[in-house]
Design a protein around this ligand. Structure first.
Ligand SMILES: NC(=O)c1ccc[n+]([C@@H]2O[C@H](COP(=O)([O-])OP(=O)(O)OC[C@H]3O[C@@H](n4cnc5c(N)ncnc54)[C@H](OP(=O)(O)O)[C@@H]3O)[C@@H](O)[C@H]2O)c1
Length: 222
């Protein structure tokens, strides 16, 4: 049976990339592709969302905090009856996540980990009380579960695998692509997407933020 539109949240993909389409380099250190002005913008987008999703590999590689930095934006959320920070969400098909990662250790809000149903007991054992582990067979099931928990607006902050799957499945409503003025020039580095996405989006905004450019696109909702 076809899914109804209300089966999933509004999905906003956010990504910073180099001029040659890479979202990191191949080294162990984090490549900075953004600037303070853009971080401020990203913070406001985070604050406008109910949940933020990253793939498990981004947690392992980048160790992101995924919290709203601005005290004013957090206070504004609380005044609107929301938790200080959006719910943190990840997906894993292998487990292999450490409870000491910033994703789990920082912020007092809900952290949801989606994994194939057979893995729920072992992932729950690994993560203990720091996360709620939920069985889900695929990404549409993840989005449907988020919707059932009241998530209406979901921000996805990487990495390649998450962006590729969601775009390929036609599960993206909006894309924020920041282009940094540098080349990475190393095919061992991860790109924004790999094979799969085959869609035309509508450009709705171009904004210069210092040395980087924000390209904002919308997709027709299916
Ligand atoms: N520039 C930017 O804006 C930006 C932002 C974020 C990340 N990044 C970069 O992106 C790179 C990471 O990208 P990535 O593609 O390697 O990893 P990723 O997309 O962060 O995570 C992929 C992992 O997520 C899990 N996963 C994905 N789809 C799943 C599904 N349908 N069901 C269950 N689990 C699923 C799997 O975890 P398991 O392996 O645990 O099974 C998979 O290996 C890093 O280099 C990072 O720096 C860049």
């Amino acid at each position: 049976m076809a899914r109804l539109m209300s089966d999933r949240p509004y999905v906003l993909l956010s990504c910073a990339m180099s001029l040659d389409g890479y979202i990191d380099d191949a080294s162990d250190t984090l490549l900075v592709l953004s600037n303070d002005e853009d971080w401020e913008r990203v913070d406001a987008v985070r604050a406008s969302c109910d949940a933020i999703l990253v793939g498990a590999n981004t947690i392992r590689r980048d160790n992101p905090r995924l919290l709203v930095r601005s005290a004013a934006l957090r206070a504004d959320r609380v005044a609107r009856g929301l938790p200080e920070n959006p719910v943190k969400v990840t997906v894993t098909s292998s487990g292999g996540l450490s409870p000491s990662a910033n994703f789990f250790a920082l912020g007092s809000g809900l952290k949801l980990v989606y994994t194939p149903p057979a893995l729920v007991p072992s992932v729950s054992d690994d993560l203990g009380a720091c996360a709620t582990v939920v069985g889900a067979a695929d990404l549409p099931a993840v989005l449907a579960d988020l919707s059932s928990r009241g998530v209406r607006r979901l921000m996805v902050e990487g990495g390649t695998t998450m962006h590729t799957q969601l775009l390929t499945l036609g599960l993206v409503d909006e894309l924020h692509l920041v282009v940094a003025p540098m080349f990475v020039g190393d095919s061992k580095a991860p790109r924004f997407v790999t094979d799969g996405p085959n869609a035309t989006l509508k450009l709705v905004e171009v904004r210069q933020l210092g040395e980087v450019v924000l390209l904002r696109y919308q997709a027709a909702r299916t």
